[in-house]
Design a protein around this ligand. Structure first.
Ligand code: NAG
Length: 252
């Protein structure tokens, strides 16, 4: 009685182990033996309701997981389950990217990062994507890491700002919103737009005249950033350079 059950169990395991992602290897990496999904494959949300996506894209027999090698639902990338079809893939990415394990090819996650980022973009964690200390640096240097590609370099550093826009006009909250709710309250100092290469182009706001004292640097890395050209690099807005390294860069 037990033996046939065990047999079924082990055959089941073996077929899971043999599963392969198949034709569409976007958002995967090779871990030495197999192609497995990267964390960027599932980092986004579906734009359709998850339950709707599970109907539109039935599992095959399991849904993609980070580090896993489950086959994608076949209509995520194909009409017939074998040939890659760009239109099918595009539709899936626009509606059910997470269910399909295709987050990394959605617009928000698909752009070039800065040429000389201040942090290692591939090491950015989900926690950093939510962190007030990191969000503005990531938005300008590693936008693809957190799905900031459509934000033009301008994000709220506190994610809750957008819950209540009235904060933008509240007397007494202005210092706070200037620092933490730049996106929601329209406080980004310059217009930033993605160029055709996906990199950010910034138009610095006009410089601040002459002064004799500077606000303190907020980063401890200013000396080395300055050596690398941070103070004059127009990839960063004047406001960004001032926010991090006003003293080192001598920005009023
Ligand atoms: C990623 O998807 C595109 C179609 O949008 C396809 O041409 C390409 O081969 C895919 N890349 C991999 C590695 O599967």
């Amino acid at each position: 009685m037990l033996a046939p059950l065990l047999f079924v169990f082990f055959v089941g395991l073996a077929s899971v182990a043999r599963a392969q992602i198949g034709k569409d290897l976007n958002c995967t990496k090779n871990d030495g033996t197999d192609d497995v999904y990267t964390d960027r494959a599932l980092i986004c949300s579906n734009t359709q309701k998850d339950a709707v996506c599970e109907v539109l894209y039935p599992k095959n027999p399991d849904y993609p997981t980070v580090g896993g090698k489950e086959a994608r639902p076949s209509n995520c990338f194909s009409k017939d389950g074998t040939e890659l079809d760009q239109d099918m893939q595009k539709t899936a990415a626009a509606t059910c990217a997470k269910t399909c394990g295709l987050c990394c090819i959605t617009d928000a996650y698909k752009c070039d990062d800065a040429k000389f980022p201040r942090i290692k973009c591939s090491g950015v964690t989900n926690a950093q994507c939510q962190s007030p200390e990191w969000r503005t640096i990531i938005a300008s240097d590693c936008p693809s890491a957190c799905g900031f590609c459509n934000e033009g370099g301008c994000v709220d550093s506190v994610v809750e700002c957008a819950n209540d826009r009235s904060i933008c006009t509240t007397v007494g909250m202005q210092d706070f919103v200037n620092q933490y709710c730049q996106k929601t309250c329209d406080r980004c100092a310059s217009t930033t737009a993605a160029n055709s290469n996906g990199g950010a182009v910034t138009t610095p706001s006009s410089g601040g005249g002459s002064c004799t004292s500077y606000q303190a640097d907020s980063s401890t890395a200013c000396a080395s950033w300055a050596t690398n050209g941070f103070c004059t690099n127009t990839f960063y807005t004047l406001a960004q350079r001032k926010a991090y390294c006003a003293r080192t860069c001598r920005i009023c």
